[in-house]
Each structure stands twice: as C-alpha cells, then as structure tokens.
Ligand binder design. Structure first.
Ligand SMILES: [Zn+2]
Ligand SMILES: [Zn+2]
Length: 162
C-alpha cells in the first residue's frame, strides 16, 4: 500500500529477470552528463533517482555489477543488459527509465555538465513523430513484445512463451 508520506516505487529491467521496490521517498532525482554515465547507459546522459537509505529491495533477481571506478559500481541485468544502478558510498541510485512509472520520477537537477554533449539542448526541437508514423517499419504490424510489463508479476516470462 502506498501512502502520501511513504511512497512506494517498483521497476525492473526490460526482460523481467531483475525487479526492485523502493519504500519511501526518493532522496534525489537528477540526470548526469558525465562521460562515465554516457558509457554506462549507452546514452546522452544518465537519468538517476536515489533510493532512501535502507529503502531499496531487490524483489526478483539482482543486478550484475561492474566496478566503473574505485568508488562506484554500475548495476545492470545480466540477462538483458538494462542499466539499473549507480552505487556509490553515499547511496544507490536507480535508472529512472527502469521504473514502472518513470513519468512520476521527474529530474530536478543536472550533474556532470562539463561533459554535456553539444546537441543535447537541441533535441526537443528535432522533427518528432509517433512510432506508428514510421511507415517503413512494416514489421511493427505483427510485433509481439517480450518486454516485462510495467508492474510486478507472479512469474515471468509467461509459460506459453517459454
Ligand atoms: Zn533483464
Ligand atoms: Zn555521471
């Protein structure tokens, strides 16, 4: 149960082998432009939300970890590769895109701007279309998703698919 003063967040990797639960309010929500975060996420920057101390629970599986520096571990799903954590001595931050409801986890500040890629600020001005507008991607018509749904499941993947 979720109360306004004690929120609960859930999430996990794309394949569903790793699932997490955060009990309590996130203590910081940010994006990091640093070069290490770019690499770890394979992205322009890392979107990260820090769990309250003692508030993070791995409810299915656990991430594999790569030591990216003397003080930091990067967690990711060993099955599908989804980036999941930034683990530093002062806390564990989770990848915002891995949350079941990432829209509820809005960043409030930026870090690592010395490494910000030069085109990042121009991205919102690029031509924009919904997925289905890509008429060349005819395979989309009968596509079946293997992605874990955005909620906890009793078991995964569904039996009929294994
Ligand atoms: Zn996975
Ligand atoms: Zn960073």
């Amino acid at each position: 149960m979720s109360l306004p003063n004690k929120p609960v967040y859930t999430g996990g990797c794309q394949c569903g082998a790793v699932r997490f639960r955060v009990n309590g309010a996130l203590t910081s929500v940010s994006i990091c432009h640093c070069r290490m975060c770019q690499k770890a996420f394979g992205a322009f920057y890392a979107p990260l939300a820090t769990a309250p101390e003692g508030g993070l629970e791995w409810t299915r599986g656990e991430p594999k970890r790569y030591r990216s520096s003397s003080h930091v571990l990067r967690g990711f799903c060993g099955e599908c590769g989804t980036p999941l954590t930034y683990e530093a001595p002062d806390g564990v931050a989770l990848a915002i895109g891995a949350f079941d409801d990432p829209a509820s986890v809005a960043p409030t500040r930026q870090w690592g701007i010395e490494a910000k890629l030069p085109y990042v600020d121009a991205l919102p001005a690029l031509p924009a279309s919904p997925t289905e507008a890509d008429g060349d991607a005819t395979f989309l018509a009968d596509l079946v998703s293997c992605q874990h749904p955005d909620h906890d499941t009793e078991s995964w993947p569904p039996k009929e698919r294994t």
